[in-house]
Design a protein around this ligand. Structure first.
Ligand SMILES: [Zn+2]
Length: 982
């Protein structure tokens, strides 16, 4: 799509109330003296009945009725008119009101308040006298000109009612004319643009042909394209008025021209009953702008843009129902009256098909030409042609202010007698709409199919029967439904920043003047200014922000450290990490001149996320990628690898040894993964590389204990106790013992990388903003929330965990994961900085390493050093890692498992459940027992119990002391050899 100019296309004019039953006849003669901005006019009117006519005479002077001076109240002149008796009004006007009048010695444009204007539709006969070298245009089927030595008089024939006359005239017009069938096409272009006339005429013919074919014959005998100097586009019966700045834009013939021509049917011959809402912009936008994009294969993108604009500009204060929309005032009313209204027609067309849709519109045109119509008439026409009551459809879209908010609960695949069945639930988060939703299925064979479902309840269970395994199932992938976009569907754009009413500016005091013009161009009404130092976390969290300068501490806290741009002006729009309704704009400007040059351009680039300008010339424009549609089901296609092409772990050691940082991922419970980690550490150490091993399993706070243990100052049991290994990490220490024992005897330092789990636990429940000032001290000094893929993958993880645990807020979950990764990256970075010759091997869960967006890129952002990512037993997806190890299970020595579920409460360990055929069951342990001692060790927590279990020996018998209903019990448990190898 092209970048848009600030171009407001509206229909002026035309409110016939009762079709042809006009009874006022109005002859208007005016002389215009452009040199002096003076107008002298005479109106002659008569009526077919006795009536009182109210005329607005605002801006007019020396008004005389039948040669008598008159006094008006509030600019309104009330005239009793007797049937058959003519009334003559003479008046003068000084035309210097810039908003509706534009008059200079060479150009005239008049719309409203330039003649005594009746409060109803009348049929006008207009004649205008101007200096001889002027050409004039107004609504007319035919224009005749009489010329004297000094003057030209134009007479405009238009035998239809109008509520407002307009006039465009200029000394500089080059007139051109042509025909399409019996329709006269005329252009009034300024001399400088006269060469564009032929192109406009050719396109006009194309559009007339298109809409005559699609809809109905063109309603008039003439169509004129008239240039003027205002930066706008208007459509009036029989002509369109396009500003010079507009007419010169190369894409106008492909877009706005067709839109204005289509208005001749919708708005300029079927008139809008404004008391019941303006439907004409919706249908025109749909059959013009939307259909032109659709013809280029960009229909889905165009509709997504409609939803994005709605998201960007609509808030609780400016939301209105479509039926309340009258004329476009700003981007918000445009998002409703053009965008949402166009989607209402799109959904009708999707449901009933092209043929019925156009037949109904043809009938609509036939029935309402030169009459007024409302949404009710459109509903009636579609009811007639579909044979359905469409009350609910039109009421929910026209009268409700909100739009559907859809989400999907994760799908389950069921196989029933060889038949694949996909079950999922579509949830409407607000009061339910009746909707027809498209579902796109991508099948493993590469085929793509589409199905439709109808929903009308808050929760709708859907069952799809499939022939093949799908790789992806997506709801509304092509944006066929007017609905709220989910956060992952929204690219942060400059337009979103432009629509914000809570914009906070963050700029150092001495930079304000420099950035002011750019900020004004983005959002002229910020709620406040603050400095990077004074910015409070709560201000940051609640608002959209513009942050000036790339080297400020708030930016580093949000998107990592930024390098200073080369361009004159650079703009990056981010999704707000703490608030999915807000955006953050970061701005860089080299100097005043660059600011001035770029300022005027910004508003044209609203649909982008990243922009760069040098001397006002756009050098970069990018849109951050977002997902298409709402994912229902994802399943990577089954892969086939050729084993002959794979290498063994040993083969890759020389290659990975070249990296400064080597990440080796794991699934924590897999013994084979830990053996592989050891088999990477060992050869590198033996090859003589100075090494350190960084571990996810220990928080930074336990580094001192780790050091004491490695230095043999404490024994293993003390180390495990003091590091709170079993309460903080929980995974059986037997899995890590081989590695830690090795590095200890080899003298390799162990580095605790992780954040204190108490902090991430709190963040996942309450968000970063609820951390105390003391807790916030432990946050990494730089964070980068901007990786969209990372965010979206975590969203999938969240959907699964949400049901297992009680993580209700995705943003908090996202924050906790990011804190985790940024802290590990920061700890690793600090160690590497202090130990320049050392390589670091990082052991962490696969999830923190794959696609490199967890720890690896966050560390690389800090140090730029080469790294290798190895993960184990994950899918062979492109880009997931440098190496994926496929392992075979190894029976390793583990601590025995009792087979009980425990609860920690008031320093007591209570049994919540006992599994059948488990050690605990054999020992006679029961639900409700409190375990007080195990193998001679006091037990006050499940961590104590795990530690005690870790130190049991195969083929031994241990005692367990419990309290059961107040009584002390001692039981014996024999631990067989097999229990240790599982
Ligand atoms: Zn329009």
């Amino acid at each position: 799509m092209f970048s848009r100019v600030v171009l407001i296309l509206v229909t002026l004019v035309s409110l016939p109330l009762t079709g042809w039953s006009m009874n006022v006849h109005y002859f208007l003669n005016v002389q215009i003296d452009p040199e002096n901005q003076l107008l002298t006019g005479m109106a002659r009117l008569h009526a077919d009945d006795n009536l009182n006519l109210t005329l607005t005479i605002k801006n007019l002077s020396d008004v005389r009725v039948d040669d008598q001076p008159t006094s008006a109240v509030d600019n309104n002149l009330i005239l009793p008119i007797q049937k058959g008796k003519e009334i003559i009004i003479t008046y003068q006007a000084v035309l210097n009101d810039k908003s509706l009048h534009f008059v200079d010695p060479e150009n005239v444009f008049l719309a409203g308040n330039w003649y005594p204007q009746p409060d109803r539709l009348v049929e006008y006969a207009l004649s205008v006298t101007l200096p001889k070298d002027f050409l004039a245009n107004s609504a007319a089927e035919k224009i005749t000109v009489q010329t004297t030595e000094k003057y030209s008089t134009f007479t405009f024939e238009f035998p239809y009612p109008l509520d407002d006359l307009s006039l465009a005239a200029s000394k500089n017009y080059v007139f051109k004319t042509d025909n399409y069938k019996d329709i006269v096409i005329e252009t009034y272009f300024f001399k400088a643009d006269a060469n564009l006339a032929d192109t406009y005429i050719e396109y006009t013919k194309k559009y007339l042909a298109r809409y005559e074919e699609q809809l109905a014959p063109y309603p008039y005998r003439r169509f004129a394209i008239v240039e003027n100097s205002l930066p706008t586009g208007y459509s009036m019966p029989t002509y369109t008025l396009l500003g010079q700045a507009v007419i010169r834009l190369p894409f106008i013939v492909n877009t706005s021209l067709g839109h204005e021509i289509l208005h001749q049917w919708f708005g300029n011959s079927i008139f809008v009953d404004y008391s019941k809402g303006n439907w004409a912009e919706g249908i025109t936008h749909y059959l013009a702008d939307h259909d032109y994009a659709n013809a280029e294969g960009k229909g889905a993108a165009y509709r997504k843009q409609i939803l994005l604009d709605y998201h960007a500009y609509i808030n609780d204060q400016n939301v209105q129902a479509v039926r309340q929309f009258n004329t476009v005032g700003d981007k918000a009313s445009q998002a409703i009256g053009y965008g949402k209204a166009a989607m209402i027609f799109h959904m009708l067309k999707q449901k009933y098909g092209d043929k019925l849709f156009f037949t109904a519109l043809q009938d609509f045109i036939k029935s309402y030409s030169f009459r007024q119509a409302s949404w009710d008439h459109i509903q009636a026409i579609f009811e007639k042609h579909t044979g359905h009551y469409l009350d609910r459809y039109f009421a929910q879209w026209l009268d409700r202010q909100d739009i559907p908010h859809l989400t999907v609960e994760p799908a389950k695949l069921v196989v029933n007698q060889g038949q694949l069945i996909l079950n999922f639930t579509v949830v409407q988060q607000t009061s339910p709409f009746q909707l027809r939703l498209p579902i796109t299925l991508y099948l493993s064979s590469g085929k793509k199919t589409q199905q439709f479902i109808e929903i009308s309840k808050a929760k709708e269970k859907i069952t799809l029967t499939l022939d093949e395994l799908p790789t992806q199932v997506i709801l509304d992938e092509d944006y066929d439904v007017m609905r709220q976009l989910l956060p992952q569907e929204i690219s942060p754009t400059l337009a979103a920043a432009m629509g914000k009413s809570n914009m906070l500016i963050v700029a150092a005091k001495e930079q304000r003047t420099l950035y002011q013009p750019l900020i004004e161009a983005i959002n002229p009404n910020p709620i406040n200014w603050t400095t990077p130092q004074a910015l409070k976390f709560n201000q940051l969290r609640k608002n959209s922000l513009i942050i000036a300068g790339f080297d400020t501490s708030p930016l580093e806290q949000l998107f990592g450290k930024q390098s200073l741009p080369q361009e004159g002006v650079r703009v990056i729009v981010h999704q707000h990490p703490y608030n999915d309704k807000e955006v953050i704009v970061q701005l860089h400007a080299k100097d005043n001149n660059e600011v001035k040059a770029a300022q005027r351009k910004l508003s044209h680039y609203g649909h982008y996320s990243t922009l760069a300008f040098t001397a006002g010339v756009n050098t970069e424009k990018n849109l951050t990628v977002s997902t298409a549609g709402i994912p229902i089901f994802n399943h990577s296609p089954t892969q086939a690898l050729q084993p002959d092409q794979t290498a063994h772990l040993n083969d890759i050691i020389p290659t990975i040894a070249k990296s400064r940082v080597i990440y080796v991922g794991e699934q924590h419970e897999k013994f084979s993964h830990h053996i592989n980690q050891l088999m990477i550490i060992k050869p590198l150490h033996e090859a003589g590389y100075p090494l350190a091993v960084g571990m996810e399993m220990f928080p930074v706070s336990s580094q001192a204990i780790l050091d004491e243990y490695l230095a043999n100052q404490i024994d293993e049991r003390t180390f495990l106790k003091k590091s709170r290994y079993f309460s903080q990490w929980r995974v059986d220490y037997q899995l890590y013992k081989p590695i830690i024992d090795y590095v200890k005897q080899a003298g390799i330092p162990l580095i605790a990388l992780n954040i204190d789990p108490a902090i991430t636990h709190k963040v996942v429940k309450e968000g970063i903003h609820n951390l105390t000032a003391e807790e916030q001290q432990h946050l990494p000094t730089a964070m980068d929330f901007s990786n969209n893929q990372y965010r979206q993958d975590l969203y999938q993880v969240f959907l699964i965990h949400q049901q297992q645990f009680d993580h209700q807020n995705f943003d908090y979950f996202f924050q906790s994961q990011l804190l985790w990764d940024e802290t590990m990256a920061q700890s690793a970075h600090q160690y590497l900085l202090a130990h320049p010759g050392t390589k670091l091997i990082v052991l962490a869960g696969n999830g923190h390493l794959m696609y490199r967006y967890g720890i690896p890129e966050r560390l690389h952002r800090r140090n730029g050093e080469p790294f290798t990512v190895i993960i184990q037993d994950e899918k062979m997806a492109k880009g997931i890692a440098d190496y994926v190890l496929l392992t075979e299970a190894i029976q390793g020595k583990l601590s025995p498992r009792l087979g009980i579920w425990l609860e920690d409460k008031n320093n007591q360990v209570i049994i919540k459940a006992v599994g059948e055929k488990t050690l605990a069951y054999q020992a006679g342990l029961k639900v409700g027992d409190v375990i007080t001692q195990f193998a001679g060790q006091d037990v006050q927590s499940s961590a104590d119990l795990k530690l005690a279990l870790f130190y049991t020996q195969p083929n031994s018998t241990v005692t367990i002391q419990t309290i059961r209903t107040g009584k002390k019990l001692t039981q014996e448990l024999s631990l067989s050899e097999e229990g240790y190898f599982h």
